[in-house]
Design a protein around this ligand. Structure first.
Ligand code: CMX
Length: 462
């Protein structure tokens, strides 16, 4: 009965918010004006580049690449970030430590604001504090979600995985799509990017509200999310809606949402979003597709799997674990045909700098945490075993090896929820890219596929 009351209260609150938010959305950020200058410049640059060099060869495709997940095939243009196998990610040319140094921070905060990273991803420029503040404010004003989405979330069974709820809610948010509306009215294609921008901004703004609603429904007995505070940044509002007020947790969230945002264009969530967007499906539908990919255990769900695996490890071996016990447990995992979650990468060949950044946060804030100590022990032990096994091309930890352990420290122990947080962050990179996809007029994506028989004929094997 109290759940029913909570539900109806929340629907009311959200319906009110929606009305409020549509009334007060004004362009308090000048991001769109900045883009209005950059888009024609970049369009002209790309046009000229293609005119001069459009027929140059940039690589070759081997048969193994076609059967091997297209590793190494250069087939996509993504402006926002580039991943070097040995160095890691650069966002518009800046490494993670450079972003941590240069991007604006919240008053009293030590970590970069994800708003600043979004600005960088979209424009290529480091924003000023005022530009970031205006973006926080803009997202706060756009954060309300329509009542039909709240109702849908409230009606889901608690057994439905949080990522399924997240994806379904994003699909349902397409009732708000400015892109779909403009397209149906016959808008000229030169204007597509402007509507992709509006949808991207709204989607990013609304995701914490969606994510927090899921969290409270599943883990806080359906209690209402608190109202958005337009004086707070995106992560601080997300934290408050989740129900966490520790200032270190808020800073962790800023770091987390910054780190998980973008990893060039070929990863499953970014690529799926881009691919679906190429059919001119609106940004909500495109991003929901990306989230369904993120929900796979070899991609974003690995952050949940790491904690599931660590929990099993602790159940089996207890709290204090020797290196030898750990080694045996890892070999058992491998021998039973499973992967060690949080280790390996399709592109990286060194420890993921996103792992390093989280490790540094942990060393500063929670050096004595038992789970963190176990994570450090795994860092010491797992790579040698993966090397001995001789299969994984990269034995080093990735972003997912660390994230759950830090969330756990602050009391966010609901591991099935972790990928939703990854998803909130991934909107920054995918939406920045989608704006440019439409600005640069990228066409429907449609690579050539072949049958094994056709391929055999092509290479003279039959
Ligand atoms: N544990 C056990 N085996 C592993 C492994 C790991 N952590 N990483 C790779 N391998 C195995 C692969 O399963 C593959 O085995 P088969 O030959 O039997 O198929 C072999 O080593 C070669 O794989 P690879 O070329 O090194 O890696 P891929 O590019 O195919 O896959 C990845 C990359 C991430 C899917 C893989 O390393 C993996 O499964 N890791 C564990 C899951 C994980 O942490 N995923 C998160 C990645 C980051 C993210 O996207 O969020």
């Amino acid at each position: 009965m109290s759940v029913v009351n909570n539900v109806s209260r929340r629907v009311l609150l959200h319906s009110k918010n929606l009305v409020l938010s549509t009334r007060c959305v004004s362009s308090s950020t000048n991001l769109k004006e900045v883009l209005e200058q950059k888009v024609p410049e970049t369009q002209a640059d790309v046009k000229e580049f293609r005119k001069q060099h459009g027929s140059k060869v940039v690589g070759e495709v081997q048969v193994d690449m076609m059967y091997g997940g297209m590793r190494g095939i250069k087939g996509l243009v993504t402006e926002t970030s580039v991943l070097d196998p040995d160095e890691g990610i650069r966002f518009r040319g800046y490494t993670i430590p450079e972003c941590q140094e240069k991007l604006p921070k919240a008053p009293g905060g030590a970590e970069p604001l994800p708003e600043g990273l979004f600005w960088l991803l979209v424009t290529g420029d480091i924003p000023t504090e005022d530009q970031v503040k205006a973006l926080s404010n803009e997202w706060a004003k756009r954060a309300a979600i329509p009542s039909h989405v709240v109702q849908m979330l409230n009606n889901f069974p608690t057994t439905l995985h949080p990522m399924s709820q997240f994806s379904a809610a994003i699909v349902a948010l397409n009732s708000e799509s400015k892109f779909a509306e403009a397209y149906s009215k016959g808008v000229h294609k030169s204007k597509y990017w402007e509507f992709a921008y509006e949808d991207g901004m709204n989607l990013i703004a609304k995701l914490p509200t969606v994510a927090a609603t899921i969290y409270r429904n599943l883990y806080r007995e359906g209690s209402s999310v608190c109202p958005i505070n337009t004086d707070l940044d995106w992560s601080a509002n997300f934290s408050a809606m989740l129900g966490y007020d520790d200032k270190d947790f808020v800073d962790l969230l800023r770091l987390y949402l910054f780190l998980h945002s973008d990893h060039e264009g070929g990863n499953v969530s970014a690529h799926a979003t881009h691919l679906i967007g190429s059919a001119l499906s609106d940004p909500y539908l495109s991003f929901a597709g990306g989230m369904n990919g993120l929900a796979g255990p070899l991609h974003g769900l690995a952050n949940q799997e790491v904690l599931v695996w660590i929990s099993k490890l602790r159940e089996t071996l207890g709290g204090d674990v020797s290196d030898d016990q750990l080694k045996e447990f890892i070999w058992n995992t491998l021998q039973s045909g499973q992967v060690v979650p949080g280790f390996g990468h399709a592109v990286l060949r060194k420890t993921d700098p996103r792992y390093v950044a989280q490790r540094e946060f942990a060393l500063k804030h929670m050096p004595e945490d038992p789970l963190f100590k176990l994570t450090s022990q795994l860092y010491k032990v797992v790579p040698d075993i993966l090397l001995k096994q001789g299969k994984a091309k990269n034995p080093w930890p990735n972003v997912d090896a660390h994230s759950g352990v830090i969330l756990w420290h602050y009391g966010l122990t609901e591991m099935n929820y972790y990928t939703v947080m990854f998803g909130v962050s991934r909107a920054l990179g995918t939406m920045a890219s989608l704006i440019w996809d439409r600005a640069l007029g990228f066409p429907l994506e449609r690579p050539k596929s072949m049958s094994t028989e056709g391929l055999k004929k092509l290479v003279g094997a039959s």
